[in-house]
Design a protein around this ligand. Structure first.
Ligand SMILES: [Zn+2]
Ligand SMILES: [Zn+2]
Length: 371
């Protein structure tokens, strides 16, 4: 049954096609007339259809545009040439309407270009700044001057936006600035004092060491530690008291050696046997960490055993103090290292007192952050 119907349908279709082909012109003419007479109706119908098939319409339009791109472009160009005023106006209107979009796109483009042309970008910035820096600075200065309230408001906002971070930053900033100022202050005093006591040729009395950081003022008759505790800064005190006699410039190596010979500290309480045992421990620790049968300073190759010290390479001795439980260089600390089989070979090195002082000063290792 259904096959029959299908066949009939097919037949009717074919007949209609044939009829259309034979009467093409006439049908076209007829359609034209009908369309002209039913313009409103047609329009309505097509509008209704378009509204119900928005997606389809969009797609078709896109397709149609892509197929006829060149034609469209040419037509637009021609129109723009013939209607210059109108074109520029409509262009303006369009720009105003889409200003944010345009800017966003431009920003993206610039970013991409900058990423791909870093060197050029640097150069451009430099050039731009040379040509416009003074003007921009002037403008900004003027703007700030004319809007003090706004500037304050902005600053406040910026500060509170990252409040905790800023607090930390400013605290560190001022702390470091203060430290630097202070260290410059004492450094200048130290130079003054050293050059007085070494008669303008700053160096150790006993050797050629002339690194400022490695040099110290020595009390010729001893008692330096006690004196330092009383007066605070020995350099300030010497200047204030107009450079009294009884003082000399020594490097830290010789200063320590002299102290040791004169029994100025520590060993008063130690028997010579105990001292010998400690020296043995120290010797084995130092030879392991300087990787040599005879320990030596890694920086200047000094081998005098009395001058040598164990240094925390990263300058974080204050941290390790908590881990190991003893102060850096303490006798018990050497014993502990030996007992533990000389661990952390990459963390410690052997330096002489001079080089150690210089390293610690240069890396600012004296100023330990609070932990
Ligand atoms: Zn010396
Ligand atoms: Zn050294």
């Amino acid at each position: 049954m259904s096959d029959n119907i299908e066949q009939k349908k097919q037949k009717i279709k074919e007949r209609a096609k044939l009829y259309y082909q034979n009467n093409k012109e006439r049908i076209k003419e007829y359609k034209k007339i009908w369309n002209q007479n039913n313009k409103e109706k047609n329009k309505e119908q097509s509008e209704r259809w378009q509204q119900n098939n928005k997606e389809k319409v969009k797609e078709w339009r896109k397709l149609y545009y892509q197929i006829n791109k060149e034609k469209f472009k040419e037509r637009t160009k021609l129109w723009q040439q013939n209607n210059k005023e109108k074109a520029s106006e409509s262009q303006k209107r369009w720009t105003q309407k889409n200003i944010e979009k345009i800017r966003e796109k431009a920003r993206e483009r610039t970013k991409l270009w900058q990423q791909n042309n870093k060197e050029k970008e640097k150069e451009n910035k430099k050039k731009y700044w040379i040509l416009n820096g003074e003007r921009i600075n002037q403008e900004k200065r003027e703007e700030r001057k004319n809007n003090p309230e706004k500037v304050r408001e902005l600053g406040r906002k910026r500060y509170y936006k990252n409040h905790d971070q800023n607090k930390e930053y400013y605290r560190n900033y001022f702390r470091n600035a203060y430290r630097e100022k202070l260290s410059n202050y004492y450094f200048n005093k130290k130079i003054k004092v050293l050059s007085h006591y070494s008669k303008n040729n700053i160096k150790c009395m006993l050797c050629d060491e002339d690194r400022i950081y490695a040099l110290v003022i020595d009390h010729i008759n001893g008692g330096g530690c006690k004196h330092a505790k009383v007066v605070g800064s020995i350099y300030s005190w010497l200047i204030k008291n107009n450079y009294p006699s009884g003082y000399q410039v020594l490097c830290q190596n010789h200063n320590k050696e002299k102290a040791r010979i004169n029994n100025e500290y520590n060993s008063k309480t130690k028997t010579s046997e105990k001292q010998k045992e400690l020296d043995d421990v120290k010797w084995s620790v130092f030879s392991v960490y300087s990787n040599s049968n005879i320990p030596y300073c890694k920086s200047c190759n000094e081998t005098n055993f009395d001058y040598l010290e164990l240094d925390h390479i990263n300058g974080d001795g204050y941290k390790q103090k908590n881990d190991v439980g003893h102060r850096q260089g303490g006798d018990n600390f050497y014993r502990k290292l030996k007992r533990l089989g000389y661990p952390n070979k990459d963390k410690y090195q052997v330096l002489c007192s001079n080089c150690n002082l210089v390293k610690r000063k240069e890396n600012n290792e004296f100023h330990r952050p609070k932990i």
